[in-house]
Design a protein around this ligand. Structure first.
Ligand code: HSE
Length: 328
């Protein structure tokens, strides 16, 4: 299996580390594999016989990748089986990831991505393009990091109709709200600490205004419920107006407050909601959680780490293995 990695930020490097450290183990699932190109927005390197990934990581940490090849040149000119597309999310127009994914699928090449932008902007188009070209687009890592959502619904809950989903899809907000609940501190103070955790988006308004959660909700609703929702369809209220006083009143009545993303056939919404303190969605820290309402299995809950370099790599690796061994 020849792999290219497009995007070499925290997720791209996390995947690379797993591909190095678990090489022997992963060969059991993937067969012989090699990464033949790695690019980011400022450089790129390739070797059709397989790159030495430790050296590539070292180059990146010591001043960046060389300028041997661009992302588009890799996709257009090299011969490969899978593209791991992990460039930053842009929910406005999906670029540059949208072009990368389109070009790969047109070539009939499988794509595994953590990039929400292209799927938020063009979910149906990309799925149809994949089908037409007999390629597959895998995107477990776009929603909830390591928390299994897409394959859980498609494989383990196969045969069920997904009626609605409701959950916590942004770890940064959940961390802030957990701390507000416990310490009754103002939001601004905790946001600074949340940024230091390294899971906040490059622009943290994506987190606190519910943009990141809204993007994930669109992908989940389209993938699991067969909708053709767009980002503009999400009614969205962020957490920046929540006060310690609101938490005090909620707690006195046995509730906490969480940023809840919910989708059913009537609406998609992200907003701060009261959650009973003993409810499964009253989770703490940077966790994500999702309640999936089905017609056969009833309600299924899943909780897990929604972000982080290795955690997101976990979802990408599981998609890679799935490409080899499972069809859904
Ligand atoms: N910034 C996101 C979060 C992680 O806090 O959950 C990536 O989606």
């Amino acid at each position: 299996m020849n792999i290219v990695i497009i995007g070499f930020g925290s997720v791209g490097r996390g995947v690379t580390r797993v591909l190095i450290e678990k090489k022997k183990f992963l060969r059991n699932f993937l067969g012989d594999y090699k990464v033949i190109a790695v690019t980011d927005s400022s450089g790129g390197i390739y070797d059709e016989n397989g790159l030495d990934l430790r050296k590539v990581l070292e180059m990146k940490s010591k001043g960046g990748l060389p300028k041997e090849i661009t992302s588009i040149e890799v996709i257009r000119d090299l011969d490969f089986d899978v593209c791991i597309e992990v460039t930053p999310t842009n929910v406005e127009n999906g670029e540059p990831g949208l072009t990368h994914i389109r070009e790969c699928l047109k070539k009939g090449v499988d794509v595994v991505t953590s990039n929400k932008g292209p799927l938020v902007v063009a979910f149906r188009e990309l799925m149809n393009l994949a089908k037409k070209n007999n390629a597959r687009l895998m995107f477990e890592a776009t929603v909830g990091g390591a928390m299994p959502v897409i394959k859980l619904a498609k494989i383990d809950l196969a045969g069920n109709e997904i009626l609605s989903v409701r959950g916590i899809l942004n770890g940064t907000c959940n961390y802030i709200l957990s701390r507000m609940e416990k310490e009754l501190l103002p939001y601004e103070l905790i946001l600074e600490e949340a940024k230091e955790l390294g899971i906040a988006e490059r622009d943290p308004t994506y987190d606190v205004e519910g943009i990141d959660a809204g993007a994930k909700l669109v992908i989940i609703a389209n993938a699991l419920m067969g909708l053709d929702a767009k980002f503009k369809d999400v009614e969205r209220v962020g957490i920046s107006n929540l006060t310690p006083e609101a938490f005090k009143v909620a707690l006195e009545n046995g509730y906490t407050i969480r940023l809840i993303a919910e989708a059913n056939r009537d609406f998609l919404r992200v907003s701060p909601r009261l959650v009973p303190l003993n409810h499964p969605l009253a989770i703490y820290g940077t966790l994500n959680a999702l309640e999936i309402e089905t017609n056969l299995a009833g309600n299924v809950f899943v909780i897990g780490k929604g972000a982080g370099s290795v955690e997101t790599a976990s979802a990408i690796i599981s998609d890679l293995i799935c490409l080899k061994s499972l069809r859904y």
